[in-house]
Design a protein. Sequence first.
Length: 328
Amino acid sequence: MSQAAKEKDILLEVQNLKTYYPIRGGFLRKKIGDVKAVDGISFSIRKGETLGLVGESGCGKSTAGRTILRLLNPTSGKIIFDGKDITSVKGTSLRKIRQDFQMVFQDPYASLNPMQMVGDVISEPIRNFTGKSLKQLKPEVMDLLTKVGLPEDAYYKYPHEFSGGQRQRIGIARALALRPKLIIADEPVSALDVSVQSQVLNLLKELQQEFDLTFLFIAHDLSVVKHMSDCIGVMYLGGLVEIATKKSLYVEPLHPYTQALVSAIPEPDPRKKRHRIILQGDMPSPIDPPKGCAFHPRCMHAKEECSKVKPVLKEVKPGHQVACHIYN
Ligand code: SF4
């Protein structure tokens, strides 16, 4: 595919995105610093594909998802969606764009109104955008229930009458109601029993085909991300340290942090032994990140340069980018 065709195929592009939270202190509540939750990430997702964003809790992946959805305002950088710069759109324009991207949350129960019947919950986004009545939308909602694997009588029930996996199906049906182009799924299966996780993941994959969806799939568990993604971005302390195709990342992880994450994935074949890399220490605070490479206090390959110069993400093999001085 030519470069021009590839660019035309891109649905979401994020350029040097930063989301900082101000820290205030003193009598006058003056700004005394920033929590650098997302600190300059860049990536793109092609139409119909899934980018998995993975990293430990607190690495900034959820903040990145919420910033892209414009639930949070970016501090700087650009968000380009379907060829339009949406970084600073507001009001009616933002509302209009929001039809095209939806979120599936980690805790479906917290995101569903317990006082509303499921039929109400699912049809609410369409009613808000189109002004159609509950009655008019009933056949459409029934169809969505079937598509997410719920019986039609679920329409008349309340969220508390369902299991965790079923509630997540309700959340997915609601996200699909406006026929979005992009779905940002933030840890969509981490609150579910392991036995139902793969059912929900398979459902998301089926719906991706049927509705021609593009996904940004956020999770801390690399084996879950592996199941879903075409490409994977690994985040550490607000930054992207590696991006590659799924195969390249799992077969040959380059960044020492990714190598540690991949080594922790359980090996299904008991005859094969995998050398587990145990990381020392915790992730530092994003209020006062280490100088140079943010990973250097925990990295067994760190050299002098690593504590002084921040490595930039660069392509070291076709489609495989890494931010590490080893590959300079
Ligand atoms: Fe380790 Fe240095 Fe690479 Fe950072 S830049 S991951 S400290 S080797």
